[in-house]
Design a protein around this ligand. Structure first.
Ligand code: ATP
Ligand code: MN
Length: 463
């Protein structure tokens, strides 16, 4: 018999086909007419397939009438058009095999609604709910758009390392990687003797693939990395994870203007695909999670992103009569409340801030002629705030070396990074987009911990 998935069986063109469907029972309802309805979901789409199991089936009394929420089944039968509202088809079963029961006394996912906090303690079961099924499909859709967008534009996908010896920008935010025995740490004078560690030096989990992506951009032109990144910042916010996925394009012969243009086109492609390819899931998010989810994406697609210098933004914020928790002043990083004010209230569209004070940005960002600001950019969107951070990179050897010294970094440790400037240097630029913040923005989910299958945050690494 032909195997099919619920998404196919739900389509009108499947009427008349004899198929086999495999999935999990969401609900069972018995009719007085001596048959039962089973709602089956297999994750292929949000909607369930309604199965009609007739009382004449040989295991009807012994098994089917005892099937409960969460049980796994294989159903064979004919797809017929359905008289019921909200579904084009239904499956008239010629056989129902019960594979695995789910004892309703103990199975946690009963029909009632559960809080997202509670479901986080059930990360092994939550993908079986409507919300987490929809988020999983959306993550997949966004990941695919990311590859499609860059591949169509001729970018090369490069794989940068997860274990690194350079602490790029994350002083204090790094997870250490070691195979030393913590019960007897080798010491040299007062210091840990890392020469006895696995890599014979201190190593960490990467906070970004950028530096290595630059190596490949400065050879192959346009590249991107897409992988996990790690930050040990102890921030218990709704927008931070200790492990998250980041996409980082890096382009040679490219300046900050090109970079901003690419970031806007990239985000719009992802949002358009979300609306078009995950239409049913988007309707679910708009219905159940965030009323404005679809309108917000549509508005962003129509809008031209506003480009505003950091200095202008500070001016706008200082002149606003808005009551901020944290004060605004030139030379300090903007807080999330400031970013959200700009994009949500003041300009009501995505805002790209650029040219930040050089004292608050890492050494690799290109210094402007004013010698006070660097060619950094952040893309801000409503609800989430910063979704992209990027910059034009410093391509002048002497300036770059001075910036390292300014920030107490040892240029010798970055000899290979400096050599990119010594031999055949070119203007280049790139940015990082957080995958989970993107999913959070699209879906309207309040907490980023619900936008990744297995969130890692301070105190949480279960599953
Ligand atoms: P923020 O100021 O919001 O903490 P950041 O400036 O430290 O972010 P970048 O280093 O610019 O972040 O990283 C690029 C992108 O990666 C961010 O714009 C965001 O989308 C994502 N990102 C950064 N840190 C995290 C995190 N802890 N959890 C999830 N996503 C993150
Ligand atoms: Mn940033």
């Amino acid at each position: 018999m032909e195997k099919t998935r619920v998404i196919e069986a739900r389509k009108g063109e499947s009427v008349g086909r004899t198929v086999q469907v495999e999935g999990w029972v969401r609900t069972r309802r018995d009719s007085k007419g001596g048959f039962s309805f089973l709602e089956i979901n297999d994750g292929s789409c949000l909607g369930n397939l309604q199965v009609i199991a007739d009382g004449a089936l040989e295991n009807y009394e012994s098994e089917i009438r005892h099937i409960t929420t969460g049980a796994s089944v294989i159903v064979r039968g004919e797809v017929k058009s359905s008289p019921a509202k909200g579904q084009e088809t239904e499956l008239h079963a010629s056989g129902v095999d019960l594979l695995g029961e789910a004892d309703p006394e103990t199975y946690a996912l009963q029909k009632k609604r559960h809080s997202f906090e509670f479901l986080r303690t059930l990360a092994h079961l939550r993908p079986r709910t409507n919300t987490f099924g929809a988020i999983a499909r959306m993550r997949n859709c966004v990941s695919r758009s990311i590859h499609d967008f860059f591949q169509e534009k001729g970018f090369l996908y490069v794989h940068t390392p997860i274990i690194t010896a350079s602490d790029c920008e994350g002083a204090g935010e790094l997870f250490r990687v070691t195979s030393l025995d913590l019960k007897s740490i080798p010491r040299e004078k007062d210091q840990v003797d890392f020469s006895q560690d696995f890599f014979e030096r201190p190593t960490f989990l990467t906070v970004s693939g950028q530096l290595e992506a630059e190596i490949f951009a400065c050879a192959l032109g346009k590249v991107y990395t897409f992988g996990p990144t790690f930050r040990a910042e102890n921030s218990n916010t709704s927008r931070h994870l200790a492990e998250f996925w980041m996409v980082e394009p890096e382009m040679a012969f490219c300046d900050l203007e090109d970079n901003m243009e690419l970031a806007e086109a990239f985000l719009k492609r992802i949002f358009r695909d979300a609306l078009e390819k995950c239409e049913e899931d988007m309707q679910f998010f708009a219905g159940r999670i965030e009323k404005s989810a679809i309108e917000t994406l549509e508005a962003v697609l129509q809008a031209e992103f506003l480009q505003l210098s950091y200095t202008e933004a500070v001016d706008v914020l200082e002149k606003s009569n808005h009551n901020f928790e944290f004060p605004v002043s030139w030379g300090h990083d903007l807080q999330s409340e400031h970013e959200r004010y700009l994009t949500e209230e003041k300009f009501k569209r995505p805002v790209i801030l650029y040219d930040y004070p050089k004292t608050i940005k890492p050494f690799y960002m290109r210094v402007n002629d004013d010698d006070r600001t660097v060619r950094a950019m952040d893309v801000l969107v409503p609800r989430v705030g910063e979704i992209i951070g990027g910059s034009q990179r410093e391509e002048r050897l002497d300036v770059l070396r001075d910036r390292m010294l300014d920030q107490d970094l040892n240029p010798d440790e970055y000899w290979w990074y400096l050599e990119l400037r010594r031999y055949g240097t070119v203007p280049h630029a790139g940015f990082g987009l957080g995958l989970e913040r993107t999913v959070q923005f699209i879906t309207g989910m309040a907490n980023i911990r619900d936008c990744i299958p297995f969130p890692r945050t301070p105190g949480n690494a279960d599953f």
